[in-house]
Design a protein around this ligand. Structure first.
Ligand code: UDP
Length: 317
C-alpha cells in the first residue's frame, strides 16, 4: 500500500521530479504550489495519475482533509534572481510556510522533510562542507533572505522534533540541475545552456574561478527517497562532490552544445560563495547513497530538454 504524500512547491523543478518519483513507486501525491516561481506545465504529464494539485500559498494556513503519511516542504524561490526579486515572500515561506507545513505534519502525525540548502553554509570557510559546519552567512546581505529563511526553517523543524516528537528529516541540497529548470531561471546551468543554444555570449560572473559541484536531478531525488525511508533525523548533505569552476562548466556547455558562443565576464553578485563542495560521507553511510550520473551525461540530457523548450515558443520561460 502506497503512502499519501504532500509536496509543497510541487510545480517547481525538484518538486515536480519528486512528485513523479513518488507516483512511480505507488504513492498518492497532493501537490501544493502558488505558482510564483513554479509552473503548472511541470505537472501536466501527471494528469490521470494518483495526483491532486492545490493552488495555494503555504505561507497561509494549509487546510487539507484525509490522512497524510509524509509532508515534503519544497516551496521556496531558490534561484538567486528569484529571491532577490521576492525577498519578503522568500522569508515568509521559509518561516511561516515551514511553520504551516510542520503544523500539517503534526496534525496528521506525518513524517516531515525539509528542503534545506547548501546556502546555510554561506560563503564557507570550511571546505568541503560537512553537516557539522555552522556556516558563514551575512544576515543582512542580499542572499540573507534565503540563507536565513532556510536556517530558521532548520531551527523550527528541529524544535518540532525535540518538543513535539515529530519525525523530521532535513536535506541540505547542493547545486542541482536537469530538465524542467526554467529557461530564465537565472542560475548558471540553465543560463549557460540557453545562451549557448541561442548563440549568445555566456555570462560568467566574476573571473569564473569560483567553484560549484553540480548534481543531476535523478540522483538527488533518489537520495531524498532514501532519506524519507531512513531513520536519521540529522541534516544530510545531498549533492555531487565533483567540483568544477564556473568558467569550466561554461566551457563544457559550449563544447557539448557545439555552439560558437563565447564567454563574457559580468560583475560577481554580492556575497557569491567562492567555493562549494558537499562532503557526502554521512549520505554514503546512512543512506548508502552516492550520485551516479556524470556531469557530461546529465548536461547532455538537460541540453536536449532545453533544445525542445527553446524550439517551441518559449512559453516555459
Ligand atoms: N553564474 C554565472 N553566470 C550566470 C549565472 C550564475 O557566472 O549566468 C555564477 C554565479 O555567480 C555563481 C555560480 O555561477 O558563482 C552558480 O550560480 P547559481 O546562480 O547557479 O547558484 P548559486 O550556487 O550561486 O546559488
Amino acid at each position: 500500500m502506497g503512502q499519501r504524500v504532500v509536496i509543497t512547491g510541487a510545480a517547481g523543478f525538484i518538486g515536480s521530479h519528486l512528485a513523479e518519483a513518488l507516483l512511480d513507486r505507488g504513492d498518492s501525491v497532493v501537490g501544493i504550489d502558488n505558482l510564483s516561481t513554479g509552473d503548472a506545465a511541470n505537472l501536466a504529464h501527471l494528469a490521470g495519475r494518483d495526483f491532486r494539485f492545490v493552488r495555494h500559498d503555504v505561507s497561509s494556513y494549509i487546510d487539507l482533509g484525509g490522512p497524510v503519511d509524509a509532508v515534503l516542504h519544497w516551496a521556496s524561490p531558490a534561484s538567486p534572481i528569484d529571491y532577490l526579486e521576492r525577498p519578503i515572500p522568500t522569508l515568509k515561506v521559509g518561516a511561516l510556510g515551514t511553520h504551516n507545513a510542520l503544523g500539517l505534519a503534526k496534525a496528521k502525525q506525518a513524517t516531515f522533510v525539509l528542503a534545506s540548502t547548501s546556502e546555510v553554509y554561506g560563503d564557507p570557510l570550511e571546505h568541503p562542507q560537512t553537516e557539522s559546519y555552522w556556516g558563514n552567512v551575512n544576515p543582512i546581505g542580499p542572499r540573507g533572505v534565503y540563507d536565513e529563511a532556510k536556517r530558521f526553517a532548520e531551527a523550527m523543524t528541529t524544535a518540532y522534533r525535540r518538543y513535539h516528537g515529530l519525525d523530521t528529516k532535513i536535506v541540505r541540497i547542493f547545486n542541482t540541475y536537469g530538465p524542467r529548470m526554467r529557461v530564465r531561471d537565472g542560475r548558471a546551468v540553465p543560463n549557460f545552456i540557453a545562451q549557448a543554444l541561442r548563440g549568445e555570449d555566456l555570462t560568467v560572473y566574476g573571473d569564473g574561478t569560483q567553484t560549484r559541484s553540480f548534481c543531476y536531478v535523478s540522483d538527488l531525488v533518489d537520495g531524498i527517497l532514501r532519506l524519507m525511508r531512513s531513520d536519521t533525523n540529522d541534516p544530510v548533505n545531498l549533492g555531487n562532490p565533483t567540483e568544477t569552476t564556473v568558467a569550466g562548466i561554461a566551457e563544457q556547455i559550449i563544447r557539448l552544445t557545439g555552439s560558437s558562443s563565447r564567454i563574457v565576464h559580468e560583475p560577481l553578485p554580492v556575497d557569491d560563495p567562492k567555493v562549494r563542495q558537499p562532503d557526502i560521507g554521512r549520505a554514503r553511510k546512512v543512506l548508502d547513497w552516492e550520485p551516479r550520473v556524470p556531469l557530461a551525461e546529465g548536461l547532455t540530457e538537460t541540453i536536449s530538454w532545453f533544445r525542445t523548450a527553446l524550439g517551441g515558443n518559449e512559453q516555459r520561460e
